[in-house]
Design a protein around this ligand. Structure first.
Ligand code: ATP
Ligand code: MG
Length: 431
């Protein structure tokens, strides 16, 4: 084949796209109940926007950016995630103003780009659904947002869920812990994996995230960040847990869970799936946390300098639905197939098809005048409920024969009653 899609990308074909719409619609539905609006930002940003927020020493910025210089010599990058862009937009558009509901709550749905080694479920263009709440320091926000994520997954039929939370504490707690951790890790530096050696001095918390076998034991015995939280951070974390308890939401605390991005503080969380299809491998399907300090990093107002959000990969959610053994309801089957056997009847045929569509029926129109038998077979294959026959006889009689494929029953419908007839079909089908 001559032309191929770029490495690490995917064409989402119509049948597959239906599943995507299902997931996206559910997100819109649930987020609306929590009073989130949609914010659409460009898919590319100035390089600085991403570096400033995610941090230079993260995998994303150091290895995975899809950046380039445009014709005006501007350093541009395709966005690798959504939070940076959303915060940039929040500040640039002064969404902290009193004319906007506060705290500011928005979600996004769209493609993200990371230059990664493509493998199953890991792409260079992938898609995220994400939400952000800006301007609330309350632990209620953390909990509300987490349970909104849980609601979304439940609505998708994903029930094998595990919520894991941790606290990274405030800046002071984290920098104390960082010192202790570096101290601990540097003593065993020679036993660490190559990646972890590098991270030890650039982004030591990230070592705890390592999946390398040689790091496992070292990570297990590492000091716990929870022992280094100061009073303020500990109280905050306690409140988050208490609110989750009050809603009877089960969770687990994992003091080794850190997130890859630099901007997180206090609450971080992951929603994992242990669906049967994952065969005992816990798979993260949603991740997020609190990011106080990012808003002022973008020169936003200090009194609004707190955020909380999460992101989830749509590709992985679809895999999780499959791992649950759940089918996404199909909506593709056809209501009406308009059959037409000669060019002579095409004007009537297209009119009949339009009547059907304007009555809300999903309608396909024969365009190549195949043999009647072939057309019927096509209608059956497409799952049509009805076939409308338009031919010489029908034209002279100024009526159309409608066949109900389920019952085999045929009805002659005069043209002037056709629209009404279709509307009745529609009504019955939606009942
Ligand atoms: P990982 O540890 O798997 O690399 P991450 O920490 O880089 O994940 P985040 O930046 O938190 O992931 O993104 C949130 C979600 O986006 C992930 O849980 C995953 O579902 C999805 N995701 C991230 N990178 C990719 C990718 N390259 N291809 C497909 N989905 C991705
Ligand atoms: Mg990654």
């Amino acid at each position: 084949m001559k032309f191929q899609k770029p490495k690490g990308t995917m064409d989402i074909l119509p049948q597959e796209a239906e599943k995507w719409q299902f997931v996206e619609n559910k997100a819109r539905e649930i987020f609306k109940l929590y009073h989130f609006g949609e914010l659409r930002t460009p898919i590319f940003e100035n390089f600085e926007v991403i570096v400033r927020s995610i941090g230079e020493n993260t995998d994303i910025v150091s290895k995975e950016m899809y950046d380039f210089y445009d014709k005006g010599n501007r350093h541009i990058t395709l966005r690798p995630e959504g939070t940076a862009a959303l915060v940039r937009s929040y500040v640039e558009n002064k969404l902290f103003g009193p004319e906007h509901p506060q705290p500011f709550k928005a979600f996004y749905i769209g493609p993200m780009f990371r230059y990664e080694r493509p493998q199953a479920g890991r792409l260079r263009q992938f898609h995220q659904i994400g939400v952000e709440v800006i301007g609330s320091q309350s632990p209620i926000t953390d909990v509300e947002t987490i349970v909104m994520g849980l609601d979304f997954f439940k609505e998708l039929g994903i029930t094998h869920l595990k919520l894991v939370i941790n606290s990274l504490g405030n800046k002071k707690s984290r920098s104390n812990y960082r010192e202790v951790l570096v101290d601990y890790l540097s003593k065993v530096e020679d036993q660490l994996s190559q990646d972890s050696k590098r991270r030890l001095y650039t982004n030591p918390l990230r070592v705890l995230d390592s999946k390398a076998e040689e790091d496992a034991k070292i990570i297990e015995n590492a000091p716990s960040i929870l022992d280094y939280l100061d009073d303020e951070s500990r109280t905050f974390f306690e409140e988050v847990k208490r609110l989750l308890d009050s809603l009877a939401v089960p969770y687990e605390v994992d003091s080794r869970m850190v997130r890859g991005l630099d901007y997180y503080n206090d609450t971080v969380f992951e929603i994992m799936s242990d669906a049967p299809g994952f065969e005992n491998v816990l798979t993260t399907i949603c991740a997020g946390g609190r990011y106080d300090g990012l808003i002022s990093e973008f020169d936003g107002p200090l009194e609004k300098d707190s955020g909380f959000g999460f992101a989830l990969g749509i590709e992985r959610v679809l895999i999780a639905i499959e791992a649950e053994g759940k089918e996404i309801p199909k909506t593709s089957s056809l209501d009406v197939y308009v059959s037409c056997v000669s060019k002579k009847s095409e004007q009537l045929a297209i009119k009949v098809a339009q009547y059907a569509r304007h009555s809300g029926l999903k309608t396909e129109l024969e365009t190549s005048y195949r043999k009647l038998k072939t057309q019927l077979r096509a209608a059956n294959r497409l799952g049509a409920g009805f076939v409308a026959f338009v031919g010489d006889e029908e034209e002279t009689a100024n009526s159309v024969t409608i066949k109900n494929l389920a019952t085999g029953e045929e009805t002659q419908v005069p043209l002037e009653e056709l629209e009404q007839y279709f509307k009745e079909i529609k009504e019955i089908s939606t009942r």
